[in-house]
Structure formats: structure tokens, C-alpha cells
Design a protein around this ligand. Structure first.
Ligand code: HEC
Length: 231
């Protein structure tokens, strides 16, 4: 085998493959195997709670139908909201997978081609260390934009109208419409529609601030303060 050039190349090729597997798969697996993976409950953050409560204000009927009524006791209500958000994240992600959104959208901002100028901060490995990234939705190609930093970029009602009929907001969009997330019109999202919007608003919400999107209101005020502000 070692008499010919091609024999040596063949053995070297196998050796390099084995080395790459060791350094890129086995070593990271051993390094990170004890790192705890965050659960959906631990992923609920202020930005996301703000968006979730915004869904309740915009679509009170649909919201109540999907989630019921929050308890009046402040502590119980806090736990109630957090649990509903976590449940919605799990459901929303399943819908994202099931509807094949990942065929057209990536969730990984690469450190090349100035991608951060278009999509926002480059993705970091810790952002994938949680339940909702199993398996990761890196995507296969980009017919549409990367969604890693989508949370907070658009309002909930923008998403609702966009899912109902993308062409009304983006002329000539090849994105399919998803009328089955609504009971008739875009202002009546179903439980699945609400869950998908929650999931989309989660993407990138774990970043503390949104320097890219200046208008975004990052920290949610307690409901009482919002009501006082409005008066
Ligand atoms: C056939 C490819 C395709 C599929 C499938 C698809 N999209 Fe899109 N999507 C696009 C394209 C292209 C755009 C950009 C034009 C537009 O805004 O409609 C887009 C835009 C978006 C945007 C707005 C991004 C922004 O801020 O401008 C969101 C959010 C989104 N898609 C989510 C989804 C979700 C969730 C699904 C699955 C339910 C999905 N897409 C399925 C192609 C697709």
C-alpha cells in the first residue's frame, strides 16, 4: 500500500478524517457534557414576557381562548405567565419545525461576509445551549433572512399579518401564507398562531439589549404602570 503515491494519500486522508472527528466532535462533546442545558422555563426573559403580554393586549379574546385567565394573586400570576410562555415556546418551535420554516430561514449569523451588518450580532455557542435548540435550527439555505435576531425587530401584529399573507407586507414575497394559524382573519390568531409568534419573538431576545433596533422597548413595565402611563 505504501509503495504507491495514491496509497499514501489514501491512508493520510483517513488519518486526517479521524483527527478532524476527534478534534471537532469527540473533544467538544467531552468538554461540554457536564454543562447544564437550559430548559424552556429558564429561557423566559423580560423581553419575551413583554411580547407575550402584548399579545394578550392586542388579541384578548384569542389569548383567553388559548391560555385561559391569569390568576389574580400577583405571585401566582407571575408563575402562570412564565409557564404559559415556556409552553408556547415548546409548541412554537414544533410548529416551526413541522411547517418547514427552516427550509427557507437560517438561525445562525456567521462571522463572515459582514453578516452582522444585515442580521445583527454574530451567533455564539452559548446561545445554543438549551432545550429549544435540540436539534439546532441552523437551516439549510436562505431563501428568507436569518431569524436569529428576529425577536423585537417586528411587532406582534406585523407577524400576524405577515403569517396570514406575506405579500401584503412584502411585495412579491415567496413565503407561503399560513391561514390555518387564524380563525378567519389576521386579528384572530389560534393557539398555534400565538405560540409561533411567541417563538419568533424569543429568537435573540436573550441578548440583554438590542443596539440594532433602537426603538425597541427592552424592559417590560408591570401592568399597573402601563395602565397609569396610558391615562
Ligand atoms: C419558501 C420559503 C419560505 C418559507 C417556507 C418560510 N419563509 Fe419566512 N420568509 C421568506 C422570505 C423570502 C422572506 C422575506 C420576505 C418577506 O418578508 O416576506 C421571509 C420573511 C420572514 C420573516 C420576516 C423577517 C423580517 O424581519 O424581515 C419572518 C419572521 C419569517 N419569514 C418567518 C417564517 C416562519 C415562522 C415560517 C414558517 C411558518 C416561514 N417564515 C416560512 C421565505 C420563507
Amino acid at each position: 500500500m505504501f509503495e504507491s503515491k495514491s496509497g499514501i494519500m489514501f491512508v493520510a486522508g483517513l488519518a486526517f478524517f479521524a483527527f478532524a472527528f476527534l478534534s471537532n466532535a469527540v473533544v467538544p462533546m467531552l468538554m461540554y457534557q457536564n454543562l447544564p442545558e437550559k430548559t424552556a422555563e429558564q429561557l423566559v426573559n423580560g423581553n419575551l414576557r413583554y411580547q407575550f403580554e402584548d399579545l394578550q393586549r392586542r388579541y384578548p379574546e384569542s389569548f383567553t381562548k388559548a391560555y385561559g385567565v391569569p390568576p389574580t394573586d400577583p405571585e401566582e400570576s407571575e408563575a402562570w405567565y412564565n409557564q404559559k410562555v415556556a409552553d408556547s415556546l415548546r409548541v412554537g418551535r414544533k410548529i416551526y419545525v413541522g411547517e418547514g420554516c427552516w427550509h427557507c430561514h437560517s438561525q445562525f449569523v456567521r462571522p463572515v461576509s459582514n453578516e452582522e451588518e444585515r442580521f445583527g450580532a454574530v451567533s455564539r455557542s452559548w446561545e445554543y445551549q438549551n432545550e429549544l435548540q435540540r436539534p439546532v435550527m441552523f437551516g439549510t439555505r436562505r431563501v428568507g433572512p436569518d431569524l436569529s435576531r428576529e425577536g423585537g425587530r417586528r411587532s406582534n401584529d406585523w407577524h400576524a399579518v405577515h403569517f396570514f399573507q406575506p405579500k401584503t407586507l412584502s411585495e412579491g414575497s415567496p413565503m407561503p401564507s399560513y391561514p390555518w394559524f387564524f380563525e378567519g382573519s389576521p386579528d384572530k390568531p389560534t393557539a398555534r398562531g400565538l405560540a409561533l409568534i411567541t417563538y419568533i419573538q424569543w429568537l435573540g431576545s436573550w441578548r440583554l439589549e438590542y443596539p440594532e433596533y433602537e426603538q425597541y422597548e427592552a424592559s417590560p413595565l408591570p401592568k399597573k404602570e402601563i395602565a397609569e402611563k396610558a391615562n
